[in-house]
Design a protein around this ligand. Structure first.
Ligand SMILES: NC(=O)C1=CN([C@@H]2O[C@H](COP(=O)(O)OP(=O)(O)OC[C@H]3O[C@@H](n4cnc5c(N)ncnc54)[C@H](OP(=O)(O)O)[C@@H]3O)[C@@H](O)[C@H]2O)C=CC1
Ligand SMILES: O=C(O)C1=N[C@H](C(=O)O)C[C@H](O)C1
Length: 268
């Protein structure tokens, strides 16, 4: 059976990547709708031409509500406010959703958690296989190195990124903090300046770099006296995220309502 996919934020960097990723995914997955903001000049354009893969006879729509009945699953990589609106449309229609947007505040996350009681919902801060493998490697490294190391996370992204630290860096911090039985909200340090005092062992530090066209680099350092372990992931193409999100979109429809992430899709 064919899974009909909708993509919001169709003209965005990830939206265009996702349109191409669906076209590469085989006959079981089909792009059934591409949605942009009503005021976008791209409404009515062919989604394939927008993504640079040639005509696919799917016109960009101005409203998710207009097309929700034509899709089995929505993939949403937009901005938090738009995702929150879109997840509510999906919950009302009983349609599954894959969420890649990052940068939600607690109130926005609560709306998403509520939707997951009604529909199958797969949300990940990073859909690449490599990053999800890194989450596993981080668990092991943290278990072995434990409380004897200082842990710092550095991420770099392109100049257009609007949230910091990246969702992936925060997820990496959560994996490490959970494994150590620490509460990330209590121990995270976001950047340092001035007379900071000596580093406290229990803290987990984050540093952010922005510039150029960096697709997404993440390094977690475990630093002891005399040695250092670093786990690094470098994305060189957005297709690494697009492939993963489309795989999640093929996996999700038909699942029981609930909150899933890419580790569930990969069986990690
Ligand atoms: N989980 C993962 O694996 C990954 C997650 N991301 C995340 O995905 C998100 C999008 O990233 P990226 O594609 O680079 O961003 P872009 O800015 O390129 O795209 C965002 C899209 O959302 C649309 N949009 C913005 N505001 C609204 C609104 N109010 N209503 C409806 N649509 C809106 C934009 O439309 P318009 O062009 O008209 O403004 C655009 O199409 C980010 O949160 C990023 O962190 C990115 C890569 C991987
Ligand atoms: O905005 C991006 O580009 C990316 N965002 C995600 C994040 O915040 O972690 C995933 C990836 O690193 C690219």
């Amino acid at each position: 059976m064919t899974t009909r996919i909708g993509i919001t934020g169709a003209a965005g960097r990830m939206g265009k990547t996702l349109i191409e990723a669906v076209s590469l995914a085989g006959d079981e997955l089909q792009l059934a709708a591409a949605i942009e903001r009503p005021e976008s000049s791209l409404v009515g354009a062919d989604a394939g031409e927008l993504a640079g893969i040639g005509k696919i006879d799917v016109a960009v729509s101005a409203s998710l509500e207009d097309v929700i009945g034509n899709i089995d699953v929505l993939i949403d990589f937009t901005i938090p406010a738009a995702t929150v609106a879109n997840v509510q449309v999906c919950a009302a229609a009983g349609t599954a959703i894959v969420i890649g947007t990052t940068g939600f505040d607690d109130a926005q996350q609560a709306v998403i958690d509520d939707a997951a009681t009604k529909i199958p919902l797969c949300k990940a801060t990073n859909f690449s296989t490599g990053v999800n493998l890194c989450f596993k490697l981080l668990e092991v490294a943290t278990q072995v190195l434990g409380n004897d190391v200082d842990i710092e996370i550095v991420e770099a992204h392109h100049r257009h990124k609007i949230d910091a630290p990246s969702g992936t860096a925060l997820s990496m911090g959560e994996v490490v903090a959970d494994t150590l039985g620490r509460d990330l909200k209590q121990v995270a340090v976001y950047g340092r300046e001035g007379q900071t005092g000596a580093r406290e062992r229990d803290t987990i530090g984050f540093a952010t770099v922005r510039g150029g066209d960096v697709v997404g680099d993440h390094t977690v350092s475990f630093m002891a006296d005399g040695e250092r372990v670093e786990i690094t992931h470098k994305a060189s193409s957005r297709m690494s995220f697009g492939r993963g999100a489309v795989r999640a979109a093929g996996w999700l429809p038909g699942k029981a309502p609930g909150f899933y992430d890419m580790r569930d899709v990969l069986g990690l």
